[in-house]
Design a binder for this molecule. Structure first.
Ligand SMILES: CC(C)(COP(=O)(O)OP(=O)(O)OC[C@H]1O[C@@H](n2cnc3c(N)ncnc32)[C@H](O)[C@@H]1OP(=O)(O)O)[C@@H](O)C(=O)NCCC(=O)NCCS
Length: 176
């Protein structure tokens, strides 16, 4: 079995390690590429997109999410970690977003969300693949995605994207 094909991607088996994203022949942006033929591009978030991203996150917010999504936090992310916030843009409308963060050691993905009415079109997967390319360019060789245990749809998505659940290592957290 393979994942859904988009222009610029190779089919690969489920649960395999991420393979490099091939060079995209058209439409290069900061993160490479016009990633699909379905009318959207994945690009770095701009300051003026922040309110649309926050609205998207509010609508898609997991009941298991604990940290607030505030405008100041988004602006800080854009200033301090340029290119870490990716959006799927369809003619100026933000359909999806993802944080792909590099901490100098590992890559981490947070806050993946796609607008309800545009799900199952490959937008989530395109965001993740672009996030992987961004993180690979920073030096990452391993990426973690936070997924609530109870969210079966999200778990199925990450599984199909090649991110099986880690059975060896759990997460420990402390609020500052
Ligand atoms: C999870 C989410 C981002 C997926 O986005 P998406 O654009 O619909 O995902 P894609 O279309 O790229 O899906 C790729 C594959 O993932 C799997 N998948 C995606 N959503 C799924 C679901 N709800 N149930 C089962 N499998 C799913 C499928 O294999 C799918 O391929 P297919 O459509 O050919 O069957 C989206 O459902 C969402 O925003 N959910 C609410 C927020 C959330 O849970 N975010 C994740 C936090 S960790």
């Amino acid at each position: 079995m393979g994942i859904k094909l988009h222009r610029g991607f190779e089919s690969r088996p489920l649960r395999s390690a991420p393979s490099p994203v091939p060079a995209c022949p058209t439409g290069r942006t900061g993160y490479g590429c016009r990633l699909t033929v379905e009318g959207f591009v994945v690009r770095a978030c701009r300051r003026q997109d922040a309110s649309a991203v926050l609205e998207l996150w509010q609508r898609a917010r997991s009941e298991h999410a604990t940290t607030a999504d505030r405008p100041d936090d988004v602006q800080r992310l854009l200033s301090q970690a340029e290119g870490s916030l990716l959006v799927a843009d369809a003619d100026g409308v933000i359909l999806g977003a993802l944080i792909a963060a590099w901490d100098g050691w590992r890559g981490n993905m947070y806050r993946l969300a796609v607008r309800c009415e545009h799900r199952r079109r490959g937008i989530g997967l395109a965001l993740v693949r672009a996030g992987e390319e961004h993180l690979r360019r920073q030096g990452a060789s391993r990426i973690t995605a936070l997924v609530a245990f109870a969210e079966e749809g999200a778990a199925a998505f990450w599984e199909s994207a090649g991110y099986p659940q880690d059975r060896e290592i759990g997460r420990r957290v402390r609020n500052l």
